[in-house]
Design a protein around this ligand. Sequence first.
Ligand SMILES: Cc1cc2nc3c(=O)[nH]c(=O)nc-3n(C[C@H](O)[C@H](O)[C@H](O)COP(=O)(O)OP(=O)(O)OC[C@H]3O[C@@H](n4cnc5c(N)ncnc54)[C@H](O)[C@@H]3O)c2cc1C
Length: 434
Amino acid sequence: MAWDFETDPEFQEKLDWVDEFVREEVEPLDYAFREPGAPFDRRNPVYKKITDPLKEEVRKRGLWACHLGPELGGQGFGQVNLALMNEILGRSNWAPNVFGTAAPDTGNAEILAHYGTEAQKKRYLQPLLDGEMVSCFSMTEPHAGADPKEFICSGHKEGNEWVINGDKYFSSHAEFADFIIAMVVTDPDVPVYQGTSMILIPRETPGIEIIRRAGLPGEPLGEGHHPHLRYNNVRVPEENLLGGPGQGFAVAQTRLGGGRIHHAMRTIATTRRALQMMCERALSRHTQGEILAKKQMVQEKIAQTFIEIEQFRLLVLYAAWWCDKGDRDKARTYIAAVKVQMAEVLHDVVRRALHLHGALGCSNEMPLSGMWAMSPVMAIADGPTEVHIVTVAKQVLKQYQPYEGLWPNEFLPDKVAAAKAKFAEFIEHNVSNN
Ligand SMILES: Cc1cc2nc3c(=O)[nH]c(=O)nc-3n(C[C@H](O)[C@H](O)[C@H](O)COP(=O)(O)OP(=O)(O)OC[C@H]3O[C@@H](n4cnc5c(N)ncnc54)[C@H](O)[C@@H]3O)c2cc1C
């Protein structure tokens, strides 16, 4: 049946298991280990000891790293099902680690699966999928993020090696990654979309310098997980080019679609938590002789929040559905719309929840101020909102035609006259009788 909002019962069983497992086994890690970078530090021996048995459990269920398509060795659940699964995983900062779906590893795994040589897959992809390696994606530059035309970090061929020089910024997790996938300009004489390439750089390669470690709020200054890197004559073998020369952007596209949908569904989990806290507070707190939930201004906030979350969830699932249908154009439009809306919904929902909690909401005893701080991050990471708005607008505009003359075609006097003539008899006999 088309337009069905129910989950396939077989997959629902998996979701039920994930739901309970995350609640019982994974969410407690969020309370015990609250340091923001902890879930990303997958090789830390203490965290590994705790998470390895949990990962094993996930593997046994066939739910480990299931974001890859079936042609790449994944289970082929499809984007709608993966979206539903990520909606549960989003409740915990640790869940992506325990389920093998942590960024940027998921996207990097997709690149390697599509474009890596057999040797690279064995050396990097398999350990990455097994959770034994950590990776980094290095594209943004200190002076240029949203506009790749400004990129200057370069790679040129010398004999059978690529030599890389230049700076990259916010290369997340580079400080403990095992390898980096970097986008570099390999032909400055052609437009950037044909002149950049993707190169695999083992982290131990000489010449990779960490200039400074930027971080997000909550991370100690100078010890963040989003370093500014400098590549000083970094040399890698020619076969480390992923995809053809000049195909950097085509390769980058491989990593973005599904990842954005999963991220949005994890954000829905965050907003649901905020709504839950908001309702519990409204039902518990007394002001002027009644609970907050009785006050209409509070009711309005709760209703508005519910509506926004549900609208957004449908948009995300619709985007996932277009992906499963294989309509790339539609998927692109809806994924860009999701990317824009994600930061807005998170911002508005969490602000209301925080506000309703008063001082407690602002405190570090509640997670709300931390959640709120993520909304500007979501509007920037993976491309600023404006860039995705432009994508949506361009895709929408493609569906329409300009006027032939100065006026909208369907309102031209002869068109209106022709339409009236078509219904002349009806108008004469019916309308004039009224
Ligand atoms: C937490 C986090 C993790 C990240 N991880 C990675 C990573 O692993 N690897 C990586 O390569 N990068 C990473 N980034 C960087 C991210 O991709 C860039 O920050 C993003 O692409 C924007 O680039 P920018 O910061 O240079 O901002 P800019 O490009 O300078 O944009 C700043 C602002 O300018 C305005 N603007 C820009 N373009 C337009 C436009 N066309 N129209 C109108 N206004 C515009 C917008 O207001 C925009 O927000 C990460 C960022 C964050 C916050």
